[in-house]
Design a protein around this ligand. Structure first.
Ligand code: EPZ
Length: 456
């Protein structure tokens, strides 16, 4: 943060008695200007783990400066990996001295992240053992790891649970297997990829996740020497190899961050150019954005998003796995839906508890009703899941400032948007969570003309 802003923020902070994880926002300013998004949180963190599989150093480019990356960096260093930053946005991994770590060390570094679960395959290949402490991550559902454990057992891993966590070993090595995921889980697909690439023989993975971040991880593993073919119908074939080298790779852009700023432009009647955004990974989002009434213009260097004036239109959204509407997009976009005249509906089919953030929006004047068992009688395109929920949004409802607390990453960004588009002042606490997945959020808000005070 530039010093003058910090000084103004500090003085203003003292005046309003601001705590360090709080931000005070005066709503009403349309967000306008140009920002750049770097690599995806949900790819960069996995690419860092993949470096463990390489016998030679790896270089990852366009790495976002977010706390989840710091967590994985800390974990890699606990395992003896030397991590250097040759230049801004680049990380170099020297894996020549990987060594075992203890639960306490791992736990101390894992903090609120779910990433330790993905270290299993690479550590079993390098050390014959992997230790997994209790996992964190956003409280948006139970988030079990049964698919991960079943897949690792299918490779021949032995799973021992203790009060400290989970200990995995592979006394007879890891062998290729046929695995069918009950649901196209992103994490479990990554688990299988990071394990199968060096397993003995062929692995056939069915009902796999095919998100762009998965495809980018496959590109990285292929650069390292892996043999991976993506077949029709969510089937991925992986032929294990004996040795993998390091990679050099530029991380795929963060489409979740792009969708978040696009939603902010709509809710604040703004106009934001997002550098590095690409259309091909955002097709479904752009369709819905247009249906709601948002305008966008795809250009060489990025995409411009703006509110054309006039009324927005209500829509029905069903979240789904790729290429469907991503679950991480519904929270930021919901603020704009509170301003659309009529009834919008969001069916959340990926996580069982991802509407907690709506309570604060209702405190700010929105009219959102959450149906904890979903809306069984509503016509649907996406297959029903036995635990889904739905939210019905009645608009337009003018929003007013309030004191709110961030519940999770995407819910937190949604609260920022609500405060920026509300009448009056809001104090948002627990904003530290947002820096887990949004790089330089304070600088970007300042660049886009937001009126706020943040001590930080
Ligand atoms: C990844 O989470 C992303 N996180 C999530 O983004 C994203 O929402 C999610 O994929 C879906 O796209 C990261 O990449 C770090 P899943 P992940 O395994 O891998 C159930 C964000 O805001 N399931 O695809 O944890 C699970 O409970 C985050 O950036 C099991 O039941 O998601 C959920 O209902 C939030 N058993 C569903 O599958 C398992 O063993 C999808 O989970 C694994 C998953």
């Amino acid at each position: 943060m530039n010093t003058s802003l910090a000084f103004d923020a500090h003085k203003a902070g003292e005046r309003v008695g601001l705590k360090s994880d709080e931000i005070v926002i005066n709503g009403g300013n349309p967000l306008s200007g140009r920002i750049r998004v770097r690599g995806a949180k949900n790819l960069a963190t996995k690419a860092m783990v993949a470096a463990l599989l390489g016998e030679t150093p790896s270089l990852l480019k366009d790495v976002p400066d977010i706390s989840d990356v710091q967590v994985v960096r800390g974990l890699l260093e606990v395992y003896g990996v030397r991590v250097m930053s040759p230049s801004v946005g680049e990380l170099r991994f020297d894996t020549s001295r990987v060594e075992t770590a203890h639960f306490a060390e791992i736990d101390a570094h894992a903090g609120a992240s779910r990433i330790p679960i993905l270290f299993c395959g690479p550590l079993l290949h390098r050390l014959g053992e992997a230790l997994i402490p209790d996992l964190g991550g956003c409280r948006i559902g139970d988030r079990p790891i049964d698919f991960h454990m079943d897949a690792l057992r299918a490779f021949g891993a032995i799973v021992d649970k203790s009060h400290e966590g989970i200990r995995l070993t592979a006394p007879n090595g890891l062998k290729g297997a046929e695995i069918t995921l009950p649901y196209p889980s992103v994490g479990a697909t990554e688990q299988v990829l990071l394990t199968a690439v060096k397993a003995d023989g062929v692995t056939e993975l069915h009902n796999a996740a095919i998100e762009p971040e998965i495809m980018d991880l496959i590109a990285i593993l292929q650069k390292m020497g892996a043999i991976i073919s993506v077949e029709p119908n969510r089937t991925i074939l992986i032929e294990g190899v004996d040795r993998l080298e390091g990679y050099t790779h530029r991380a795929l852009f963060d489409r979740n961050e792009v969708a978040s700023w696009a939603a902010a432009a709509l809710a604040t009647h703004g106009d934001i150019f997002v550098e590095n955004a690409r259309q091909d990974q955002l097709m479904t989002f752009l369709n819905v954005y247009r249906k709601v009434g948002g305008k966008f213009d795809v250009q060489e260097e990025g995409i411009r998003f703006w509110h054309p004036g006039g009324d927005l239109r209500p829509v029905t959204i069903e979240t789904d796995v790729h290429p469907g509407f991503m679950t991480d997009w519904q929270q930021p976009l919901m603020v704009a839906l509170t301003q659309a005249p009529g009834t919008s509906i969001v069916h959340e089919t990926v996580y069982e508890n991802r509407f907690g953030f709506t309570e604060a929006l209702n405190e700010m004047g929105a009219k959102i009703v959450v149906h904890k068992n979903g809306l069984p009688d509503h016509p649907r395109r996406v297959a029903r899941r036995d635990f889904e929920q739905a939210a019905i949004i009645e608009g337009p409802t003018p929003l007013h400032g309030a004191d709110i607390r961030v519940p999770d990453l995407r819910g937190g960004f949604s609260h920022l948007i609500a405060a920026l588009s509300a009448e009056g002042q809001s104090t948002i606490s627990n904003v530290g969570i947002i820096s887990r997945g949004y790089e330089h959020i304070i600088e970007k808000l300042a660049t886009l003309g937001a009126d706020f005070v943040f001590e930080g």
